[in-house]
Design a protein. Structure first.
Length: 289
């Protein structure tokens, strides 16, 4: 067994999915072992995962116990319950990543997806951080998950991914996140410009316009921004060639095999006739060409 395959085996539990190959052209298969559902979708990175998210495996940065600004031993304390209720403790501000300024823009964008895939299979929950898993007596904002547990909603997922991955702090209210044009970080004294990307009316032109890691904001029937997804781009793999997004969402989307995709964080198809495409409003681009 090669070192690359060994690496894949060693991190699959952290990803909650199977990683059959690691290296150039490596594949990440969207498969959560705790569910019967097996996704037909996967992500194939152009560089080894160890070069994208090795720091999350080697250092405290990847430890779920430091996700919040509240110390881990206080996550389920009476004070946290009184102050944060069903949402639980807010995310900490992560520091920047050493050497990131020397990365190519493509590598930064692939890191977005690699970080987000760590939470693949997590439930849809109205929580600030993905690994907050409250006890049974805790208040709960009802979701398609059916009960409380670890998980995160759409804009807290996108905000946490950029925070964990790059030390960039986005507003986690979906309306406000859609309107942001600068993110706090990396570091306390810096800010990073966000570019609003107007989406062409043509489906084919939209696909050509969007870049891996872009945040695409979706309107509801009343015209209000109500959802956000992460554009996977050319590193996504689907049996029918449909582009993929990664988001935390409900159970009303079917995959290319006609299966209902479970409630929570999953790869999903961005079809021409889908709500995602037909109600897409604009995108935010964090890493510029």
């Amino acid at each position: 067994m090669s070192r690359r395959t060994l690496f894949a085996t060693s991190i699959c539990a952290c990803f909650w999915l199977a990683l059959p190959q690691v290296g150039m052209g490596q594949s990440v298969v969207a498969e959560a072992p705790e569910r019967i559902y097996r996704s037909p979708y996967r992500v194939e990175f152009s560089v080894p995962l160890v070069e994208l998210i090795g720091d999350l495996e080697r250092t405290e940065r990847g430890d779920h116990r430091v996700e919040a600004e509240v110390p881990f031993h206080q996550w389920y304390s009476p004070r946290t319950l009184e102050r944060w209720r069903a949402w639980g403790p807010p995310a900490r501000q992560y520091p920047g990543v050493a050497g990131l300024d020397h990365w190519s823009v493509e590598r930064k964008r692939e890191r977005v997806i690699a970080v987000a895939m760590r939470f693949h299979g997590y439930s849809y929950q109205h929580h600030h951080i993905p690994d907050w898993n409250p006890p049974s007596h805790w208040p709960w904002k009802s979701t398609c998950a059916g009960s409380n547990g670890k998980g995160v909603d759409c804009s807290n997922l996108t905000g946490f991914v950029y925070n964990l991955g790059f030390g960039l702090r986005l507003n986690t209210d979906v309306d406000r996140q859609a309107e942001e044009r600068a993110a706090k970080g990396p570091g306390e004294e810096r800010a990073t410009r966000l570019r609003a990307v107007e989406l062409p009316s043509s489906y084919e032109e939209r696909i050509r316009t969007l870049r891996t890691g872009d945040l695409v904001f979706i309107r509801n029937r009343s015209g209000r921004i109500s959802h956000v997804v992460i554009w996977v781009g050319p590193i996504g793999r689907s049996p029918d060639g449909v582009p993929l997004v990664l988001d935390s969402h409900g159970e009303d989307v079917r995959d290319s095999k006609g299966q209902l995709i479970p409630c929570g964080v999953h790869l999903r198809p961005f079809r021409e006739n889908s709500w995602y495409n037909q109600s897409a409003n604009h995108a935010l681009r964090i890493f510029q060409d």
